[in-house]
Design a protein around this ligand. Sequence first.
Ligand SMILES: Cc1ncc(COP(=O)(O)O)c(C=O)c1O
Length: 276
Amino acid sequence: MSLLALAVTGRGLCPPAAPVLRADDEALLRGRAAFETLRVYGGRPFRLEEHLDRLQASAQSIGLPPLGRDELAELAALVLPAAGSGDAVLRLVWTAGPAEGPPLGLALLGPIPGWIEEVRARGAKAVSLLGVRAAVPWLLPGVKSTSYAVNMAAEAEAHRRGADEAIFVDAEGIVLEGTVTNVWWRRGRTLFTPALELGILAGVTRAALLELAPGAGYEVEEGVYPLAALREADEAFTSSSVRELMPVVELDGRPLGRGPAADELQAALRALAAKV
Ligand SMILES: Cc1ncc(COP(=O)(O)O)c(C=O)c1O
């Protein structure tokens, strides 16, 4: 992502290309950092407090020095004016720092990637790939750490297979989540999404959709579902802060229906974001 603005703990606003990380920061050496990516709508971050809550929980799970929550909120406030009254991507990072400390906090503001609306318009192709069900604390269930090389490798494999995104299933074929998204599908008026007990990330967008679905006339079931349930759905979509709702029109080379729920809930999400 090309940066529009950058703010750093102890330094405030810095030129976007300024070097800010020490070479012995454990974030670099061992991936010991937590991060959040959120969408800025009309210059205002959507659900910043929820993202800070999750960042705090991630930092604790990884054993990082306690999160400077107020500091990070101040850094976010420093970079947000670069969005003007437009949309943008806000990234917050909290690193372990060098072994003797201190931790480092970063706020990065960048543009919304241009491909998102193109793919939303045509619908995404997805492939299912084997993923790990994080069933024990040391596999960091629900933690958003910067150790995302596996997720990025899965996304690259999806692209290699001619798809836009990958959906992880565990060794028993249970649907987990996307590489950077939560997964949803619809049968009739019921929406299904994997339960958080599967060790998946508690998406902030997922939570917003759980609130919005009843108002759009859908019931939601959270549970443990085999890939066949997704394959046989009337429609499917993924959710994330930056991509919002992305209709999935093909899974493992087989077409999936394109239905109304993804579009209706996308509109409801935008309406909610416009209100706050
Ligand atoms: C693995 C994973 N699952 C789900 C999500 C969606 O979370 P959110 O809606 O909070 O962006 C993300 C977001 O980056 C993610 O990395």
